[in-house]
Ligand binder design. Structure first.
Ligand code: AHG
Ligand code: MN
Ligand code: MN
Length: 344
């Protein structure tokens, strides 16, 4: 017969598994030597996203809507919330002594911390606010992050530490500020989703071991640019539309990568951002948009490529470089690869 203590422990565990608990359990199971540094690091990210969420939820009431009248390194108009989100992440992560380097979409250069080699173990990339052009019209936005270990020797300096291929990520995740606020992350042993419970201020496990459906019913691309897509992409979209994959597809395009990706991992299908006349290398950034989402997609059984190769095998050349991105279920990606080969 279970003792009171045991049954209480079991019932409370059945009730609520927070992201903090889950990360600790993952770490004890898969990286016992990490000694809690990894979960301490992730708590910095979850704290920052709760600060961002509080502002996003009140955007119409606070003076955080609209542009900040600045442009970022990308030459894009910065929204006030872009700046707030960036400051929240820099602040919360800067306080974690396990962080050696931070790379943000909103900062031209990496932010380095003078940490001893044995403490400053991690390099973190983030898009503090993804889809920010959608804030003023109350459409879902998000935060994306990607975590690497700092190379032990650091003989290549900062460059060697930040220009690592995506397959070296130790973890990646995103938060989508939508009808609810959901954190999705992977530390290399599956994908897990946590919904923010505002009553207790904690992310609670809501999607245990997420798997990307083999084939879905949605394709997601900005159709307005379709006439400027390279031939493989035009051929591919045509085949999705014509039922060549054995089913009818619907088109869904939110215009916030995190929202379009979250639907894709839950419902299946494919998200495509091809090279366009305006963005000959595609619009999305490799290090803090494509890499983390490709890592998560593959951990959930999906695929992600840039046409030529797996996103995770791209050797970065500079921190804000862009890449074409095709990410989704195995059926849709294998069809894209067929179109790619047929038009080379
Ligand atoms: P960000 O707000 O971080 O600059 O990202 C915007 C990106 C991405 O969220 C979305 O998929 C894409 O821009 C939409 O671009 P288009 O408006 O060109 O379709
Ligand atoms: Mn973005
Ligand atoms: Mn952004």
């Amino acid at each position: 017969m279970a003792t009171v203590k045991e049954s209480t422990a079991r019932s409370s565990r059945e009730l609520v598994i927070t992201a903090q608990q889950h990360i600790l359990e993952q770490q004890q199971a898969h990286a016992p030597d990490a000694g809690g540094t990894f979960s301490w690091l992730l708590s910095g990210i979850t704290l920052a996203t709760k600060m961002i969420e509080a502002k996003v939820r009140r955007a119409g009431l606070l003076d955080v809507l609209g542009s900040a009248g600045e442009t970022n390194v990308q030459g894009e108009t910065q929204q006030k919330l872009d700046i707030y989100a960036n400051q929240a992440l820099l602040h919360c992560l800067g306080l974690r002594d396990t962080v050696a380097i931070l790379v943000s979409e909103e900062n031209e250069e990496p932010v380095t911390f003078d940490r001893a080699r044995e403490t400053g173990k991690y390099v973190i990339f983030f898009d503090p606010l993804d889809g920010s052009s959608n804030i003023d019209v109350n459409v879902s936005v998000g935060t994306i992050f990607s975590i690497f270990r700092r190379p032990p020797k650091m003989d290549g300096g900062i460059e060697a530490a930040v220009l690592q291929p995506g397959w070296k990520q130790v973890a990646a995740g995103y938060v989508v500020y939508g009808s609810s606020t959901i954190l999705v992350y992977s530390a290399g042993k599956g994908v897990f989703g946590f919904t923010l419970n505002p009553d207790i201020g904690a992310y609670v496990l809501s999607h245990d071991n997420l798997r990307m459906p083999h084939q879905g019913n949605f394709y997601s691309v900005n159709e307005a640019q379709a006439h400027t897509f390279p031939a493989p992409y035009r051929e591919y979209i045509g085949r999705l539309r014509s039922g060549a994959l054995g089913r009818e597809y619907s088109s869904r395009y939110v215009g916030s990568l995190v929202a379009d990706f979250h639907r894709t991992i839950l419902k299946g299908g494919v998200f495509v951002y091809p090279p366009t006349r305006g963005y000959p290398r595609g619009k999305l950034r490799l290090l803090y948009e494509a890499n983390p989402l490709a890592f998560i997609a593959e951990q959930a059984g999906g695929m992600a490529c840039d046409g030529e190769q797996r996103i995770l095998e791209i050797q970065p050349r500079e921190i804000h470089e862009r890449t074409p991105l095709v990410v989704g279920g195995r059926a849709e990606l294998e069809e894209f690869q067929r179109c790619w080969r047929a038009t080379q």
